[in-house]
Design a protein around this ligand. Structure first.
Ligand SMILES: [Zn+2]
Ligand SMILES: [Zn+2]
Length: 103
């Protein structure tokens, strides 16, 4: 009885691993296809995002710079962090006195 139970468990584990491998292959194929179609557009778009946005220091969402003001506010409602474009950290008194309106 004990030997039979051990064999059964081994078979179940093998089936689960096979299903996972198939799913990973399908996802990778879809990503490749989409990337090939839009490669050029995405590269241009990334360049623009790099120039005018920086990621929020807390949640990493890209935030667009607002004129010459270094005082940034994260647009994500669940984050809402006020942070410094220049320092890339939470907004503080040093930023307010030092480089609030630097360009
Ligand atoms: Zn944020
Ligand atoms: Zn600062």
């Amino acid at each position: 009885m004990v030997e039979g139970a051990v064999v059964e468990v081994t078979v179940v584990v093998e089936v689960v691993i096979e299903v996972m491998v198939v799913e990973v292959t399908v996802v990778a194929y879809r990503v490749d296809e989409k990337a090939a179609e839009q490669a050029r557009w995405e590269e241009a778009s990334k360049e623009t995002i790099r120039n005018i946005t920086k990621p929020c220091p807390r949640c990493r969402v890209p935030v667009e710079k607002n004129g010459g003001c270094m005082h940034m506010k994260c647009p994500q409602p669940q984050c809402g962090l006020e942070w410094c474009w220049s320092c890339g950290c939470e907004w503080n008194r040093a930023c307010m006195g030092d480089h609030w309106f630097d360009v």
